[in-house]
Design a protein around this ligand. Structure first.
Ligand SMILES: *Cc1c(COP(=O)(O)O)cnc(C)c1O
Length: 225
């Protein structure tokens, strides 16, 4: 195994260990490798290690990388703030969008998702820490946004996503993720199955609270330049 894949193996090992430690089913947590600022060669090296899902935050940065790696058949997850004038590029080039927080953007993605592609897998971003400065829908506004997806057949609402404020310790990390888990409960009967939560700093706490997708960048690729 090339040396470059060791961080991927280590992250996979920690994810499996957290699944066992917190009573999660083996393989129920999937890794989204967050590759923002990383060049195609670094992404290719992680893909060589068996990683399939990659997360990008900026459309302009992502498009040439998606193009460069097109022959590999990777799944691209959009995890950044969505500008309304970027929805066509997102709907065309990504398999998942984690950060929908308003119906206007969802409606544009629905209208622009190419017919020849499967419906776009989506998560609604929830502002779980209630910080005025951060993106994401409030818990109070969540039911109305969920209901709006009924009219959008080219989108497949899969679940919720959050990027909580940094927490002081493991218990505080868990508390924020537990709030997102609780918000998900009434939505499960509609078939939602995805909780996108946890980064390099706190993914084990997220797994303890039910994460199904963890979004990890620096622990995998090293610090961003
Ligand atoms: C950058 C980013 C991550 C990854 O953060 P790391 O600390 O590098 O693991 C996860 N989620 C979102 C939304 C991000 O912007």
């Amino acid at each position: 195994m090339p040396a470059i894949c060791q961080p991927l193996q280590e992250i996979e090992r920690r994810i499996r260990a957290a699944e066992r430690r917190f009573g999660r089913e083996e393989g129920s947590v999937k890794l989204v490798a967050v590759s923002k600022t990383q060049p195609p060669a670094a992404i290719a090296a992680v893909a060589d290690g068996g990683q399939h899902a990659f997360g990008e935050n900026y459309v302009q940065e992502a498009l040439p990388k998606i193009e460069a790696l097109a022959s590999r058949g990777l799944d691209w997850h959009f995890i950044g703030h969505i500008q309304a004038n970027k929805t066509l590029a997102i709907a065309t080039n990504f398999a998942w969008v984690h950060t929908i927080d308003r119906l206007k953007v969802a409606a544009r993605l629905n209208a622009q998702r190419p017919r020849e592609l499967a419906p776009l897998d989506c998560c609604i971003e929830v502002n779980i820490s209630n910080e005025a400065s951060k993106s994401g829908v409030s818990l109070a506004a969540l039911p109305e946004l969920v209901a709006g997806f009924r009219e959008l057949p080219r989108l497949r609402l899969r679940g919720l996503m959050s990027l909580p404020a940094p927490a002081a310790d493991f218990a505080a990390q868990r508390a924020a993720f537990r709030a997102l888990f609780a918000a998900m409960e009434p939505l499960r009967e509609r078939g939602l199955d995805t909780l996108s939560m946890g980064t390099s700093a706190d993914f084990e706490a997220a797994i303890a609270e039910g994460a199904t997708l963890v979004r990890i960048g620096t622990a995998l690729f090293g610090p961003r330049g």
